[in-house]
Design a protein around this ligand. Structure first.
Ligand code: SF4
Length: 352
């Protein structure tokens, strides 16, 4: 883990252009997301469909991700983190906002590209999925699964393809002879290694790991996390690590962005954020991490569930669950503001 930050000292909701001109640090960032929204309309039943509500799954999300580092996107189920990651990869079309991607020094705004324009860029952005059991086709051999992206993009064939697959299997701790076997012959951890090999064979710049270790046993989680870290160093990878398990994030990420009800509510370098959380939601998430010492009681309980993104409460979306709620929280939406260098939070407790 490095002590560098992904996050600039500027307000992260500033327009991209002024932000970069001011800081002149855009080339350091592989990815800069600005004002990203993914809103989904809900229609009435019946013959005449009428839009009755909008789900704000991702709402005005902005952050930067520095090359070679790992940003953890965390929150409870339903907070919008997976939808945000998928929108960044353009598996979903954004409603609004910009996704500036700089794989080879050139800046491309992914948000406004058509599918055909996106196709060559897909080799530079890959995803590792949560469930190693359902994300691998049981009818394909491991060799075909890992080599498939190269075949689809017409990048390799014949003995060159075989060599690349064998090398990639070695890199993820499997054996070249495993190429002939089918996924069912492997354990959960080995299957996740196959998924990692498939994602990395294209030599991507950006890898989104969506709950990549949450389906694995704890001992296997540690092995896969170590593997991801080694590969990051070897291949100069940049990770967006989507997770709900903060103990994993603590050991994996350089910086963290906490999401609640589609918005980022706190950001900061990992150690700072864990040692000194600012937002009541972050405090509650961190206090819920199991502690091996039974005498240490940190539990700050939060009642209820993540706010329904189609019926968000007025003011701060977290206010019905917040133990520190006070009067402005019920009708004024807090902005994400900079509290100190590299630390931002959206909470009225810190308003100037
Ligand atoms: Fe709690 Fe108010 Fe801060 Fe929201 S703005 S997190 S309700 S204190």
């Amino acid at each position: 883990m490095t002590d560098q930050s992904y996050l600039t000292t500027k307000r992260i909701d500033e327009p991209a252009s002024s932000h970069w001109e001011a800081g002149n640090d855009a080339p350091d960032f592989l990815l800069s997301v600005r004002g990203l929204c993914k809103h989904l309309p809900i229609f009435s039943h019946g013959f005449i469909k009428k839009q009755v509500a909008t789900v704000k799954a991702v709402d005005n999300v902005s952050f930067d991700l520095r090359r070679g580092e790992t940003l953890g996107l965390v929150g409870e189920s339903g907070s919008g983190k997976t939808t945000c990651a998928r929108t960044i990869l353009r598996a979903l079309k954004p409603t609004r906002g910009d996704i500036f991607f700089r794989p080879n020094g050139n800046e491309i705004n992914l948000a406004h590209l058509h599918e055909q324009e996106l196709k060559p860029l897909r080799t530079k952005m890959q995803m590792i999925f949560q469930d190693p059991f359902s994300s691998l086709n049981p009818r394909m051999t491991v060799g075909s699964i890992v080599g498939e992206p190269l075949v689809i993009h017409h990048l390799s064939k014949g003995s060159e393809l075989e060599d690349k697959v064998a090398n990639m299997l070695r890199k993820v701790g499997l054996k070249p002879e495993h190429r002939q076997r089918y996924p069912h012959a492997f354990s959960g951890g080995q299957r996740q290694r196959i998924g990692i090999a498939r994602a990395l064979i294209m030599q991507p710049s950006l890898v989104v790991a969506d709950e990549a270790v949450s389906a694995l046993d704890v001992s296997v989680q540690a092995q896969v996390i170590n593997l991801l870290k080694d590969l990051q160093e070897d291949l100069n990878l940049t990770y967006l690590f989507v997770a709900h398990d903060l103990s994993v994030v603590r050991h994996t990420c350089d910086c963290v962005a906490v999401m609640y009800a589609g918005k980022i509510v706190e950001t900061g370098p990992t150690l700072d954020l864990f040692n000194n959380p600012k937002h009541p939601y972050t405090k509650a998430l961190i206090s819920a991490i199991p502690n091996p010492d039974p005498d240490i009681k940190l539990d700050i309980s939060i009642d209820g569930e993540v706010a329904d993104p189609s019926k968000l409460p007025p003011g701060c979306s977290f206010h019905p669950r917040c133990p520190e709620c006070f009067s402005p929280c019920r009708n004024e939406t807090p902005e994400l503001i900079e509290l100190e260098k590299n630390r931002q939070a959206a909470c009225h407790l810190y308003r100037p």
